[in-house]
Design a protein around this ligand. Structure first.
Ligand code: EPU
Length: 423
């Protein structure tokens, strides 16, 4: 999958059939860091085969861990870990690399963190990480393009996050599990991926309570054992496929998902007029959209609210709904800039400020040539192209490959005319 591949999408599409969602990217990435804390091998199953996971596997390999990969499965043995030298180029590609800080501090006492990368979705500072590690007594020195962390005498922390942060919560939890004493973390992220990571750490011997609540207590332990874990279903994939169906019309069964994690987007899509049957027992949901949709206001929020990662695909669905909807992106200030591309395709969206836009619909979309800015906006443009009349070209597909496995094959199987060209 080349960095400069493009998708050619011929629309409009009518969605039909069944699609399976994979394991959660944003849990899988963090489990690689958890493995570095353990004495024994850690096997992670249901791992999506995507670029970000491959970067993470290479990062832990560069540190000396033994990594064995199978289909959707990795085994990481940290017994061979030999250094804390995080490879700057790969670290520059994904923000999830920040979760390495805690495990490496426990193993080596010091590390230099090259500044992390990730999506082009706005300012993504690391001040909570710096403040949080300092609360444990870690010495943190900021340099031009790196940050140096040194752990000498450690003390449990009582840290209150000024703003809920998913990776911030995970990074401090991954450190606290082996800091002697009781750490209290407040205003923590309650996302299912955070809970799943904490539950795996507990299965390996950690003592974390309060997972899934705003306050987490962590009693430090001397050691963690190895273990086995399967990633929870990827919520964002499930909502992306549902938003595709809402945008194009049709009917789709989405399997391998957990409807309990999808209550808000399901309620939102139902309010728009989609018929959705969700079955927790089988982990599946069926969505049917065969009539007009209604506009609904969309406001992103930390879990259990509407995830920011759902916003771009659902905004495409709003372009096909009757009425006016305010989209309020509360988490990132750079996550609405793809709407100029939707307007180029015929949508009528007014950007009020970096956090808010007003979508007026329904508007027929026309094909266009577009660049994919980040994972979520990129897949939103694919959805728009599937709904649009004509042949669209979407460049910079490597952004989409970061988060979606074999996306064109899976979309083709449910009625989207899409092919990849390596240019
Ligand atoms: N923030 C700070 N300072 C910090 C950390 C965060 O100001 O030190 C701010 C951010 O700028 C942002 C807000 O806090 O405005 C929340 O960011 P958070 O830290 O929660 O985001 P993240 O942990 O970096 C993860 C996911 C994102 C997802 C967000 C929100 C991973 C690897 N990434 O990012 O996923 O959008 O949580 O749910 O877990 C994606 O998958 O496409 C993606 C971007």
């Amino acid at each position: 999958m080349g960095a400069d591949a493009s998708f050619i999408v011929t629309g409009p599409s009518a969605i039909h059939g069944t699609v399976a969602v994979g394991g959660a990217k944003n849990e899988a990435l963090k489990l690689f860091a958890a493995a570095l804390l353990s004495d024994g091998p850690v096997t992670i199953r249901r791992v999506p085969d995507i670029e970000d996971v491959r970067h993470m596997a290479e990062i832990v390999r560069a540190l000396g861990a033994t990594v064995t990969a199978g289909p959707h499965e990795y085994t990481i043995d940290a017994a061979t870990l030999r250094n804390a030298e995080l490879p700057a180029e790969r670290m520059g590609k994904l923000r999830a690399g920040l979760v390495m800080i805690g495990p490496l501090l426990h193993r080596f006492g010091t590390l230099t963190l090259p500044l992390p990368g990730g999506d082009a979705i706005g300012r993504r500072p690391i001040d909570f990480f710096i403040q949080g590690f300092r609360a444990f007594g870690v010495q943190v020195e900021e340099e031009a393009d790196a940050v140096r962390f040194t752990a000498r005498a450690l003390a449990p922390a009582h840290f209150v996050f000024p703003f809920v942060s998913v990776t911030g919560t995970e990074a401090l939890m991954l450190f606290a599990v082996r800091v002697p004493g009781t750490t209290i973390l407040e205003n923590v992220a309650m996302e299912p991926e955070v809970v799943a990571l904490g539950e795996f750490l507990n299965a390996c011997g950690a003592r974390i309570t309060g997972l899934g609540t705003p306050t987490m207590r962590v009693v430090g332990v001397d050691r963690l054992s190895g273990g086995e874990v399967a990633c929870i279903p990827d919520r964002v994939e499930a909502v992306t496929f549902a938003a595709l169906t809402a945008s194009c019309g049709g009917s789709l069964t989405i399997t391998g998902c957990d409807p309990a994690h999808l209550q808000v987007p399901i309620a939102f899509l139902r309010s728009m007029g989609a018929a959705i049957d969700a079955d927790a027992a089988t982990g599946s949901m069926h969505i049917r959209v065969d009539g007009p949709l209604r506009a609904m206001p969309l406001r992103t929020h930390e879990y259990p609210g509407m995830a920011t990662d759902f916003q771009p695909p659902l905004t495409v669905a709003l372009t096909q709904a009757h009425g006016v909807a305010l989209v309020h992106e509360t988490i990132y200030e750079g996550r609405l800039f793809y709407i100029d591309r939707l307007n180029k395709m015929g949508a009528n969206i007014i950007l009020c400020d970096p956090h808010r836009c007003v979508v007026e619909g329904p508007r027929p979309l026309a094909a266009a040539t577009l660049g994919s800015p980040d994972i979520r906006a990129g897949i939103a443009l694919v959805i728009a192209a599937a709904a649009a009349q004509g042949v669209s070209t979407i460049h910079n597909v490597s952004q989409i490959d970061r988060g979606f496995e074999q996306i064109e094959q899976r979309l083709r199987a449910i009625g989207v005319d899409i092919r990849r060209t390596e240019t």
